[in-house]
Design a protein around this ligand. Structure first.
Ligand code: G4P
Length: 525
């Protein structure tokens, strides 16, 4: 297969959803439909994942399991699909956000009984940084859900994206009959209780087909009326608008009942973009470029109790990785030979022989790789647009033994470089403030400080609502602001000036008082 073909057949996506909408169940079914059929059901289950928050072994077990699903690759139709896991429940973190900047499309899963929920709104905001194309799956149609038209209206209004229904549900809950495909004019009937196998689907061609009346009775007439209404009131699918992130194709079904997930996969493989080009400080790198390039978007530690190491996840942007190849670690200006990149195929670490643009590979990392690092075939360029996100939770961290300040700082800076948390040092005192996007990260940091840096630390609550990186057009203006807002300013792990706001109102006032300063919730490496 030519390099162009290798790239063209790849689809790299992630799932965005609110906890409990069905991401895990959909992932299982996606794998069931992919080649990993025998593995379906082994994805992190909620029951096995429940853990006492302070119990690290359990936590690690949880992480160990969920890491096997960090990247899942499977063939579907003529494509090779990469599904990147987006940590969701307790393990929600900045990684979740950053992973979304390493994919070419996203699947948005909505619990159709609940509609658009908070986490989904937040994650959609992140996808907007790159105008990532979004495919929507309305889940749990086997339950009594909300009115489908109302649900689509809510998506359009709250998430500001046009909806183009590709399928349309017939009934719901106990009377869920299946879906009608508006593009193909076909009804696909639902049969219950077949969740763990791929069931035969019964198709009826044409909405006016009398077979439909025989199959679903009165629902047939209702469906005909409703579809007329839906066709009139909703958007037609438009590939360009989809690729621009302005319109989402919408599918309906039940992940638990394994119905509709394959319809969605058809859409994904047919329409979602192949690996996209990416900007660097020098030039735009095209996916079809034969020279190897990639960037690191996530670093994970203690992934497997048997391998106490860290793995850096790299998205290949162009070219081909081959086992044993030499890469330039651009930030360090050093060439490294990579003989043992890994991928994670449902439970086992597997060695990659080769990988192409759009694929994710894991590099063993002994502390020399940071989030945002670029690797090339020798060229000196750096990928831009790999963001840090302002934390949403803050705690002051304190040492039990004050003599170990140096170790604590070193540990925190390194953990911050991995992207697990961020650390801020206020200008006006010697506090150390840890900021995170997900609460579990606080526990992880204390545990790792203890085991890896031999430091006993504990947290105290602190009155911080949010943080913003600050920038101005000139050094002079920033200096002036630094003097005026001294009490609220801190330096982050990479010495960037940051405004620490005790309340959102305080932040708002600061923004109003200092129009010459930009307050950024997102900072690019
Ligand atoms: P998440 O990863 O997005 O958090 O969601 P997950 O797949 O774990 O699903 C959350 C709950 O919703 C699970 O139930 C799951 O079985 C259920 N669920 C997922 N898809 C469907 C669906 O299409 N229909 C119905 N009725 N339920 C669905 P749970 O009771 O919390 O967990 P479990 O005991 O089933 O593991």
């Amino acid at each position: 297969m030519s390099p162009e073909q290798e790239v063209a057949k790849r689809r790299t996506f992630a799932i965005i959803s609110h906890p409990d909408a069905g991401k895990t169940t959909i992932t299982e079914k996606v794998l069931l439909h992919g080649a990993l059929i025998q593995k379906a059901g082994t994805v992190k289950g909620k029951k096995s994942g429940q853990h006492a928050k302070s119990d690290w072994m359990e936590m690690e077990k949880e992480r160990g399991i969920s890491v096997t699903t960090s990247v899942m690759q499977f063939p579907y139709a003529d494509c090779l699909v990469n599904l990147l896991d987006t940590p969701g429940h307790e393990d929600f973190s900045e990684d979740t956000y950053r992973t979304l900047t390493a994919v070419d499309s996203c699947l948005m899963v909505i619990d159709a009984a609940k509609g658009v929920e908070a986490r989904t709104i937040k994650l959609m905001e992140v996808t907007r940084l790159r105008d990532t194309p979004i495919i929507t799956f309305m889940n749990k149609l086997d339950r009594d859900v909300r009115d489908p038209i109302e649900l689509m209206d809510e998506v359009e209004e709250v998430l500001n994206i046009a909806c183009a229904p590709i399928t349309w549900p017939i009934g719901m809950g106990k009377s869920f009959k299946g879906v009608y495909n508006l593009l193909e004019d076909t009804v696909i009937l639902y049969s219950t209780g077949q969740g763990s196998v791929i069931q035969e689907e019964r198709h009826i061609e044409g909405i006016d087909n009398p077979d439909l009346d025989a199959a679903i009775g009165d629902y047939a007439a209702e469906l005909r009326d409703e579809i007329e209404l839906v066709r009139g009131a909703s958007h037609d699918f438009d590939l360009d608008l989809f690729l621009a992130g302005e319109l989402t194709p919408v599918y309906w079904g039940t992940a638990l009942g394994n119905f509709g997930v394959d319809h969605m996969l058809e859409g994904l493989t047919q329409w979602a973009p192949a690996p996209q080009s990416r900007a660097t400080d020098v030039r735009t790198v095209e996916a079809a470029d034969t020279r190897f390039t990639g960037f690191v978007f996530k670093i994970q530690a203690n992934m497997d109790p048997n391998h106490r190491d860290r793995v850096a996840f790299m998205r290949i942007v162009s070219g081909r990785y081959e086992k044993g190849m030499k890469m330039r670690h651009v930030r360090l200006g050093k060439d490294v030979r990579i003989a043992d990149a890994v991928t994670f195929v449902a439970g086992d670490r597997a060695q990659v022989e080769d990988a192409w643009a759009g694929d994710i590979i894991g590099l063993h990392n002994h502390g020399t790789i940071q989030i945002g690092d670029t690797f090339t075939a020798g060229e000196a360029l750096k990928f831009t647009g790999i963001p840090n996100f302002a934390p949403e939770l803050f705690k002051r961290i304190r040492l039990k033994d004050p003599l170990k300040t140096k170790q604590l700082q070193k540990g925190l800076v390194q953990l911050a470089e991995e992207g697990a948390v961020q650390v801020f040092r206020p200008l006006r005192n010697n506090d150390l403030i840890v900021g995170a996007v997900g609460a579990l990260q606080f526990d992880v940091v204390v545990h790792r400080l203890r085991t890896e840096y031999k430091v006993e630390a504990l947290y105290e609550s602190i009155n911080v609502a949010t943080a913003r990186w600050v920038m101005a057009d000139s050094e002079r203006e920033l200096e002036k602001f630094r003097d005026k807002a001294y009490d609220n300013l801190a330096l982050d792990g990479a010495n960037n000036l940051t405004y620490i706001a005790p309340t959102m109102v305080n932040l708002q006032l600061a923004i109003e008082r200092h129009p010459e300063v930009r307050f950024l919730a997102i900072r690019e490496n």
